[in-house]
Design a protein around this ligand. Sequence first.
Ligand SMILES: [Zn+2]
Length: 105
Amino acid sequence: MRKSHVESVTTETVVLDSIVCDLCHSEAPGGRWGSQAFYDVNEAAVGYREGIFMADDGGFVGMEGRIDLCPACFKFTLLPFLEAQGCAVEGRRVPAWNAEEPIAW
Ligand SMILES: [Zn+2]
């Protein structure tokens, strides 16, 4: 025999309102740069994380940082700067079947 009852459960969801480019300060409502089509992806971020994952709950303890960039600042400001510093910037096509096309930033 099962006994049950009805409970009202309230949950909270984080909704992204916008992303502001930390370099040029342009804003992407809803986190979408350019196209507003649901399935389009056009995003860039630079992140850093140093620390440990806790064995008991998998939570992260340490330090992290993130810089949000619009795609234009990523392609036309950050990448040229990194290349000028000697960084070999690699891009790749996804999925692999599309890999033969050259990457043109
Ligand atoms: Zn920007």
